[in-house]
Design a binder for this molecule. Sequence first.
Ligand SMILES: NC(=O)c1ccc[n+]([C@@H]2O[C@H](COP(=O)([O-])OP(=O)(O)OC[C@H]3O[C@@H](n4cnc5c(N)ncnc54)[C@H](OP(=O)(O)O)[C@@H]3O)[C@@H](O)[C@H]2O)c1
Length: 269
Amino acid sequence: MQLLRKTLLPADAPRALLITGGSSGIGRAAALLFAALGDRVTVTGRRADRLEALRREAEERELPGMILPVVADVTDAEAMRRAVALALAEFNRLDVLVANAGIGHRGPLVEAEWADIETVLRTNIDGVIHSVRAAVPAMRASGGGHIVLVSSVLGPLPGPYVSVYSASKAAADALGRALRGELRADHIHVSVLWVGQTHTEFAERRLGQPGRVARRWPPMTPEQVAGGIARALERKPRTMTLRWRDSALLWAGRHFPALAERLLARIYG
Ligand SMILES: NC(=O)c1ccc[n+]([C@@H]2O[C@H](COP(=O)([O-])OP(=O)(O)OC[C@H]3O[C@@H](n4cnc5c(N)ncnc54)[C@H](OP(=O)(O)O)[C@@H]3O)[C@@H](O)[C@H]2O)c1
């Protein structure tokens, strides 16, 4: 039955995606990319005006796909279940979850506000769990799918003054890597994307010390990262980095941890 359902979706058929955190940055760029590829994209976030503007932009550019904006907070399990129900009502299936919504934090752990720490953990960990738990039943009913977790190089390689954010991304990484085995029988792939610094609203909206960007580490564009998400859907990797300098940093972290620690202190210090 599973196999039969799978064959009902030809290779070039439009996919139905759910992208969390699509009101700005990487999620927004990914929504536009997939709409340009002809896919049907449900996009969530808390800012209704931004989501509506995204839908209008896709319409005005006459992109072949569709964008369905849904206001939903990833920290609210019921809201995420509602978002998936709306996506199913509109597109009848769910093939891809891009768990992208996230927020940063920068600053020394001991001096950080607990409310900020809690927001980061609830958004970046609970948010991924609620998104996955809402999406998987719909993917099972669609015969399979693919979950892409938008993580960070700071997950596998935690840095000084970004400890809370690094810990949140490491937790999401562990979830993703464990789920890969757990969901294999359902034909649901799971890929963790270790994204490096990207030019979005992320730094300005970061809690703790907003506004500062990592020195000596050129940012990617959100469109480049969106392209990486598209490649991950094709290649189905367990984990993936998007450029050589991020891969080199992770390699250094594995083989020369003291050197990588000093390098990170220079980049984030
Ligand atoms: N930019 C970077 O340098 C960088 C590097 C590595 C990894 N990443 C990761 O990439 C992802 C996207 O970040 P970005 O760079 O595109 O930043 P961004 O422009 O600030 O976008 C973050 C998105 O997450 C959404 N979001 C935040 N909290 C939410 C909540 N509680 N419920 C629902 N949506 C929420 C925001 O929408 P609303 O505010 O409208 O809810 C927004 O659409 C994040 O997971 C981030 O950790 C970013």
